[in-house]
Design a protein around this ligand. Structure first.
Ligand code: NAD
Length: 505
């Protein structure tokens, strides 16, 4: 295979640089690695050798492949060694002036055609290119940690980046066995921006008394289908590191309330409660996340009435039928795509972002039990329920009995708008929609970045397509009207999809 870049320079032999150098060398490139700290590049190469040789012992790499990779990895003595590189990727300290100065020096050493890649996660590509003779050669090549394992590379174009330069970096990413996603230089690029609501909404749910930390995480995992709950993920990333990213995106967007940091997080960081690395964050370590509490129980019903239908509720109704419970259907459609059923004394409403108490009052319904959204009612393990102020304990028990009979674990949470999963899914979709609207990336790019960069089980825009735009929109409208918070304003693109019955993907 002819490689797009035969000789690659990597500058900065820390966490990211060492990994990027390994990836390029494994793909067949000759790689020169440099670090300002004496001996750091050689040490990084030795460490890479140890890691790869360990894989040989486990039978996951051949000795020949590892030897060939290591033969292509060289420690550079100084920047002069980079004179023959076709591509140079910097992974030095996250500092604009340092990156600008480095690229300026490289312009005096390299060929006019050399592409200058930057692994920055938060600095504008346009700003890094400022003052260079050839700003068209500067491209963001944003790997995720750990670079050898994470498949995503965001290929980021600044205002002056030449499309051919970005196209070549994209081609190289594929040769390096990564999945590139093209995007425009904007704060947080794709993944670090669109992921903000995952943490933000968990904090808001916590702060408005929806549930405790462990219950919110459980809901996100077992109803939301996310691999890790927001708080356990924060503990893993480090609350301090995450807060820094949140603040950087928030400030870059002129303190838009969409990205507003949480006071809870600030308070914890100020107390050194960083998560796993400090032994204590939302959970205590080494114990970690506690086991889920036992679900409440209720009577098994023989029948339910499906009062208003919705596409989002259909998989749940199928699951109820499969459990041998009779479904008496009224064939009325829910105007907001939510859906409602009655079991015993309970009126179970799929959330449209209103509280149970509000729904009971506005729609004149008795004993409302609000049901949180699930990623997929056909397969999810848990449902999350909330009862209204006037809902009786017996009615709640009837609802619990239905879900237990169908095979769900049940969490009961506070009667808050958008509950836990619905607010998260709606806000992720909204953020993804705005990223598309603003031309940061296309819808497939946004979804790919969220799946490969953050391990989300499905892209937020595909989720919106599947669950229904009307319902997502209703959740946002109701969250905004309840909280008065501008963070829930709907993306213009999402609104357009609602009115045109359109899909993102
Ligand atoms: N760590 C992550 O999870 C992650 C993920 C994606 C992107 N990034 C970005 O990658 C870059 C590097 O991050 P890291 O976590 O690998 O940092 P790191 O601190 O582990 O490594 C940085 C290395 O760069 C060297 N260095 C600093 N200034 C230099 C200079 N002027 N010339 C040569 N070497 C220099 C340092 O000695 C150090 O070894 C940053 O821009 C960061 O934002 C980090």
């Amino acid at each position: 295979m002819t490689l797009t870049f035969k000789t690659v320079g990597v500058i900065g032999a820390g966490t990211m640089g060492a990994g990027i150098a390994q990836v390029a060398a494994q793909a067949g490139c000759t790689v020169k690695l440099f670090d300002a700290r004496d001996g750091a590049a050689a040490t990084a190469i030795t460490r890479t050798g140890d890691t790869l040789n360990a894989l040989v012992s486990k039978g996951r790499q051949t000795a020949e492949a590892v030897a060939a990779t290591l033969a292509r990895l060289h420690a550079a003595v100084d920047l002069g060694d980079f004179h023959d590189c076709d591509l140079i990727v910097e992974a030095i300290v996250e500092d604009l002036a340092a990156k600008q100065a480095l690229f300026k020096s490289l312009e005096g050493i390299c060929a006019e055609t050399t592409i200058l890649g930057t692994n920055t996660s938060s600095i504008s590509i346009t700003a890094i290119a400022n003052g260079l003779a050839r700003p068209q050669n500067v491209v963001g090549m944003h790997f995720f940690n750990p670079a050898p394992l994470m498949p995503l590379v965001e290929v980021v174009s600044g205002h002056l980046t030449a499309p051919e330069a970005a196209a070549r970096v994209e081609a190289a990413s594929v040769e390096w066995k990564k999945t590139p996603v093209r995007c425009k230089s904007t704060p947080g690029f794709i993944a670090n921006r669109v992921a903000r609501p995952y943490y933000g909404e968990a904090f808001r749910a916590l702060e408005c008394g929806a549930a405790d930390v462990a219950t919110i995480d459980l809901a996100l995992r077992e109803a939301g289908g996310f691999k890790l709950g927001a708080f356990e993920l924060l503990d893993l990333i480090g609350l301090d590191v995450n807060l820094m990213v949140t603040k950087s995106v928030w400030n870059a967007y002129y303190q838009d309330s969409r990205y507003r940091p949480s006071l809870t997080q600030e308070e914890m960081v100020s107390g050194g409660l960083f998560g796993r690395k400090s032994g204590r964050g939302f959970y205590k370590y080494p114990e970690g996340v506690p086991a889920a509490p036992a679900s409440p129980e209720g009577p098994k019903p023989s029948a339910i009435q499906y009062l208003t239908e919705s596409e989002a509720m259909e998989p749940l109704i199928d699951r109820i039928k499969a459990a041998g419970i009779k479904v008496q259907s009224r064939k009325e459609e829910d105007p907001f795509g939510a859906g409602m059923l009655r079991v015993g004394n309970a009126t179970v409403c799929l959330t449209d972002g209103r509280t149970a108490t509000q729904t009971s009052f506005e729609d004149e319904l008795p004993n409302v039990v609000m049901l949180d959204l699930s990623r997929d009612f056909a397969t999810s393990k848990r449902v999350v329920l909330a009862k209204g102020e006037e809902t009786t304990a017996a009615a709640l028990s009837d609802a619990v009995g239905l879900f237990r009979a169908v095979g769900f674990e049940v969490s009961i949470v506070g009667d808050v708008p958008g509950l836990i999963v619905a607010r998260t899914i709606a806000m992720l979709a909204n953020e993804g929609a705005d990223a598309v609207l603003q031309g940061v990336a296309d819808a497939v790019g946004v979804d790919t970045a969220m799946k490969l960069g953050l391990g989300h089980p499905e892209g937020p825009l595909a989720t919106a397509d599947r669950i229904g735009m009307t319902l997502i929109n209703a959740i946002l409208i109701n969250l905004q009207s309840h909280t008065g918070d501008d963070r829930y304003r709907q993306s213009l693109l999402l609104q357009r999809k609602v009115w045109s019955d359109g899909l993102f993907i």
